[in-house]
Structures are given as C-alpha cells and as structure tokens.
Ligand binder design. Structure first.
Ligand SMILES: [Zn+2]
Length: 336
C-alpha cells in the first residue's frame, strides 16, 4: 500500500509539475491560434512547396507554440516575443533602427533585452530557415519554419507591441489573455478561416516585419477603448472570473464579456489571425526562394498524399476546415 501510495504521490507530483509548466507556457496567441496560423499558411504556398509542408503539417502545427514553452526553460527567450514600442518615443517607427546591430549601438543590448526584440528575432529566424533550406535538412526546415510561425504570429498581437501589455497601466489587467486567448477560444468556430492570399516574395523581410508591427501597434487605442465601452454593461461579478493559475488566485475575463468584447471589435482579431497566416506564407516562401528554390520533394522521406492536400485546400478556400474537422487546433480544444 505504502509503495503504491508513494508511487501515486510521485506520479501525481510529476503530473502536476507538468501541468504547471504547460499552463505557464500558454501565452502569446495561445496554442489554439498559433496552431491555426501554421496550418492555414500551408494552403497558401506555391506548388513546389506544397508536398513538403503538407506532409510535415503535424510537426509544423504542434511545433508552433514551442517558443512559448522555451520561455520556461530559457531566460533569454522572453524578450524575443514582444517589443514595447512606446519606450522608444512618439516617433518610434521612424527612429528605431531596422537592423539589430544598429539598434544595439543606439540603445544598448540591455535596453533591447528589457523592451523586446521581436522584429529582429523574426529576421534572425528567417535567416535560420533560409540556411536550413540551403542545406536541405528536412528536420531543420520543419523546426525553424515552426519557430518562425510563432514569432510572426506574435507580431500580429497588439499587446506584444506595448508597454501596457496587460492593461496594467490603465486598470485593464487581464486584457492580454482576453484578446489573444479567451476571445479566440469562444469565437473560433465562427471565424472566417479562409483566405485567397497566395504566398508572395518579400523583397525586404526586414521592412515587412516592421510594417506589420506598425500596423499591429495602431490597433491598440481601439482595443483598450472598446474594453472600457463594453465594461459599461457589466458588473465586476459578470465581467470577471477567478482562477488559480501560477499558484495564485488570478482574475480573468468571463466568456460572456469576451463575446461582447469580440462583437465590439468586429472582425479585428479574426483579421489579425488571417494576416498572420498570410504573412507566414510569404516569409516561408521568401526563405525558400532566397535559398535557391531547393527541390523539397527530394528530401521528403514519406510519400505525399496529394489528394489529401487538394481536398484540404479546397475546404480552406471555402471556409470549411472546422466543419470538415480538418483544423487540427480545434480537434482537441485543450490547453495541452
Ligand atoms: Zn510568444
């Protein structure tokens, strides 16, 4: 008995330690959206990339949240997921250097580490993916393509571009989780998860990611203002729920509030999700072109289910991925 008890105790401990790690790691768009973004981008790729990316779909989709998991193990990871643009002044987008080395020279590495390096990290991972294509290493291509998908998706979340990243400066604590996790969780079945976008070549990925972040940043005033507006119809007890997370009793917004908030923001969160996939397809495609368009079918170890890809792509174009149970992220809507 005692032995079993000890065993159970240990097993329980391992399980709860695992759960804690998993729960802490849920940040950024949340697993649901990170996975969705990676899957949708696959359908926007040109013919010569389809076989490889579709065959590695599961690894790409399940790998997309990985950089958030790394945050628990690696202290230097955190600052890669955001950039607090307000710190750099009112004309941040014209004064912050586009190249990391110039930015380090101007602001110091410590400052950047504190206020975030997201756009530089996108360029860095773009380089890693290009190298992986060049060396035709299938595992590295999948690994860096998934990592890149994460950072590009984070660059579409307004609160990843702000010093007021959780509404903590305006009495709107919890808005981070509301916008990027709770709203998508309650709304994803109603989202338009289709796009006519076809991967296009980016002459300057560096300029592109800064353009993306500038647009993302421009969404902040509206998202804070709508939270205040919607709050007028809620009391504290209908607006918030309490949940023990990270060992503390923490306040979260209710699903009812998330639904109203989503209605107030119209399509803006859905639009950012689709914009993430569109941009991701462009970055993947550009890395492949810059590597000299290597023949990806040559490094494919499994056979390619072309018919499967075609059927899924058709469902994607018709916004039927959820209805046809093809969208991996909604097949198991848990925070695992
Ligand atoms: Zn992240």
């Amino acid at each position: 008995m005692q032995l079993i008890g000890k065993y159970m105790e240990r097993k329980y401990f391992t399980l709860s330690a695992f759960l804690i790690i998993v729960i802490i790691s849920v940040s950024g768009w949340g697993y649901l959206v990170h996975r969705t973004v990676a899957q949708l981008a696959i359908y926007e790729l040109p013919k010569l990339m389809q076989a490889f990316f579709y065959t590695h779909k599961d690894s790409l989709v399940y790998g997309a949240p990985r950089p958030d998991v790394r945050r628990n193990q690696d202290e230097s990871e955190g600052s890669k997921h955001y950039m607090d643009m307000e710190y750099f002044g009112d004309s941040a987008f014209s004064v912050v250097p586009r190249k990391l080395e110039d930015a380090v020279a101007k602001y110091s590495f410590d400052t950047l580490n504190k206020y975030g390096t997201l756009p530089y990290v996108v360029v860095e991972y773009m380089g890693k993916l290009t190298d992986a294509f060049r060396s035709q290493n299938a595992d590295s291509i999948v690994f860096y393509a998934a990592d890149l998908s994460h950072y590009i998706a984070d660059a579409h979340v307004p609160l990843h571009t702000s010093i007021n990243y959780d509404g903590q400066l305006t009495g709107q604590n919890g808005i981070h989780d509301l916008w990027e996790t709770t709203v998508p969780e309650v709304e994803i079945l109603n989202y338009k998860l289709s796009s006519r976008h076809k991967a296009k070549y980016l002459a300057s990925p560096e300029q592109e990611i800064w353009k993306i972040i500038e647009h993302t940043f421009s969404l902040l005033p509206e998202m804070f203002a709508q939270e205040k507006e919607v709050s007028k119809n809620f009391t504290d007890s209908t607006k918030y729920r309490w949940e023990v997370r990270w060992g503390k009793n923490r306040r979260f917004y209710t699903s009812a509030f998330a639904k109203e908030y989503s209605r107030a923001l119209k399509t803006s969160i859905n639009d950012q999700l689709i914009a993430s996939s569109n941009a991701l397809a462009d970055f993947w495609y550009t890395a492949w072109v810059n590597a000299g368009k290597p023949d990806l079918e040559k490094i494919l170890k499994q056979s390619y289910n072309k018919r499967g890809f075609k059927a899924e792509r058709k469902a994607f174009l018709k916004n039927q991925l959820v209805a046809k149970k093809i969208l991996i992220s909604t097949q198991r809507m848990t925070k695992d």
